[in-house]
Design a protein around this ligand. Structure first.
Ligand code: SAM
Length: 479
């Protein structure tokens, strides 16, 4: 029986509820009156202290996903862009993954790290090697990373992850610092989540891969990840362990996208119903070619148009949730979805264990092929030339604005006085310390223009002073 408040995976992602949702969506996909009313419901509205958005339920959003009327799809894109502007402005948060270990005891059929793969060398970074990787990331200009690791309680126990986090946070090369480490590791216990919290985790990220239980069991035939319920209930344990910010994601291509989309929203609704706060981020990965993985062997691949529509509908349905796109996608597709609501992208990524330290991109331990191979400097310049503000900000997490406190900031209308200046100051740091001359020129111009868009005069004056201090060599200002 469907129950969003239940703590049992089969009840908050109830299979029959997903099927009924898909049937309801199919029946209503040409119901123009309903579609218009949903677009109206999801529109941003001015409140006395800011802007608010109602979002959409999984049933409502599934109707829009099923709708194939070109003018209505255009309206969805316009609405997604409007919501994005209201909450995220022109800012795009930057990050990079850091692969610690590809030892893995699972048998995930889409992942080259599966334990039957004897082609790839197995590698686990030592603390000394992690230090070198972190210095390489800092020298590019990164401040925020996502730690990635295979699941192997002997090779990569929680103590190894915790020790690695300590190493990562302890390194300050020149003006560099990793100020937020998000962690993407396999589902674990409340006790281990508590330890990750104590070690200073940013967001705990765990992709569901697929919400379709029967498929999930086949796609994860062996290893601890086979346990669908344990995996699906991980976010509840993470929150019980004190982690406020959790990141969801589906690996698109494994199952029917409409099923996954309904499941994803049901998961978000469940977190909201039980913990009072929805997911901090949703990642949007699509399955990619990798060592012994051929994406064409999976039947449910989605084309760029469907992918764009999914991104727009995540933005409309979960207006306060950040949306992440990685270098799995190429420049053109990234450009397209940035307009539709993506708020966070990786840049200069390497997806192999120990990939940053070497001059030439290594391929032997890569988790998937990277489609966007540009450097961070190139990605930053490209964003700025399109009018975006690349942001290296980590202020909310460091000021304790996580979970519901972050959501209240979103809803309070103070983002333009808070996130906007923080983005400008961290961009300024990047320009001073890491950018090429060409990027610096574009960036300085952008900061000058965008500083004018801080509504509060007191804040504006303070920021102008701080930008000047950064120019003179000081670092790490934040609101
Ligand atoms: N081992 C952890 C777990 O079990 O959840 C997570 C780390 S894994 C390095 C990160 C994610 O990469 C996986 O959750 C999966 O969705 C994604 N991934 C695996 N194989 C992929 C492929 N061939 N193409 C794109 N993404 C892939």
């Amino acid at each position: 029986m469907y129950n969003p408040k239940s703590l049992v995976a089969d009840e908050f992602i109830d299979h029959q509820e997903v099927l009924d949702t898909l049937e309801y969506a199919e029946k209503n996909k040409d119901n123009v009156e309903l579609i218009d009313s949903l677009l109206e419901k999801a529109r941003p509205r001015k409140t006395k202290d800011g802007v608010s958005c109602a979002g959409l339920t999984h049933r409502e959003a599934s109707v829009l996903l099923a709708c194939e009327i070109p003018e209505k799809i255009e309206k969805m894109y316009e609405l997604a862009a409007e919501i994005k502007q209201a909450f995220y402005g022109d800012r795009i948060v930057m990050f990079a993954p850091l692969y610690l270990s590809n030892y893995c005891i699972n048998g995930c059929v889409y992942c080259p790290y599966h334990n039957q793969n004897k082609n790839i060398p197995r590698k686990k970074l030592t603390q000394e090697e992690i230090k070198k990787e972190v210095i390489a990331l800092q020298d590019m200009g990164h401040k925020r990373i996502a730690i990635e690791s295979g699941e192997d309680p002997v090779a990569n126990p929680i103590e190894y992850i915790l020790e690695s986090m300590k190493t990562i946070y302890s390194i300050n090369h020149k003006n560099g610092a990793i100020r937020r480490a998000n962690v993407n590791i396999a589902a674990t216990t409340v006790e281990n989540y508590r330890k990750l919290k104590e070690a200073g985790i940013g967001t705990y990220i765990l992709f569901q891969e697929t919400y379709h239980k029967e498929s999930y069991l086949k796609l994860h035939p062996t290893g601890p990840k086979h346990d669908y319920n344990y995996h699906t209930e991980a976010m509840d344990r993470a929150m019980e362990g004190g982690i406020d910010d959790v990141g969801l994601g589906v690996l698109f291509g494994l199952e029917l996208y409409r099923y996954e989309f309904a499941g994803l929203l049901m998961h978000a609704e469940h977190l909201e119903a039980v913990h009072g706060v929805g997911p901090h981020t949703v990642s949007m990965p699509r399955i990619k070619r990798a060592d012994d993985i051929d994406p064409s062997t999976f039947d449910n691949g989605i084309d760029d148009d469907v992918f764009a529509k999914l991104c727009a509908l995540v933005r409309i349905s979960l207006p306060y949730t950040g949306m992440i796109i990685s270098t799995r996608e190429n420049q053109a597709l990234r450009e397209r979805v940035l307009k539709l609501g993506v708020s966070q992208i990786s840049g200069g990524s390497r997806t192999s264990v120990g990939g940053y330290e070497t001059e030439v991109r290594p391929h032997d331990t890569e988790q998937f092929d990277v489609s966007d191979e540009r450097t961070l400097d190139e990605v930053v310049r490209w964003l700025m030339e399109m009018g975006y503000i690349p942001s290296f900000c980590t202020a909310c997490y460091r000021e304790g604005r996580t979970g519901d406190r972050f959501m209240s900031l979103c809803k309070s209308g103070q983002i333009q006085n808070c996130c906007h200046p923080n983005a400008l100051m961290t961009l300024k740091e990047f320009l001073m310390d890491y950018a090429s001359d060409e990027t610096k020129k574009v960036g300085e111009e952008l900061i000058k223009e965008q500083s004018k868009n801080i509504p509060n005069e007191v804040v504006k004056n303070k920021i102008v002073g701080w930008l000047d201090d950064i120019e003179k060599g000081q670092r790490d200002f934040r609101i």
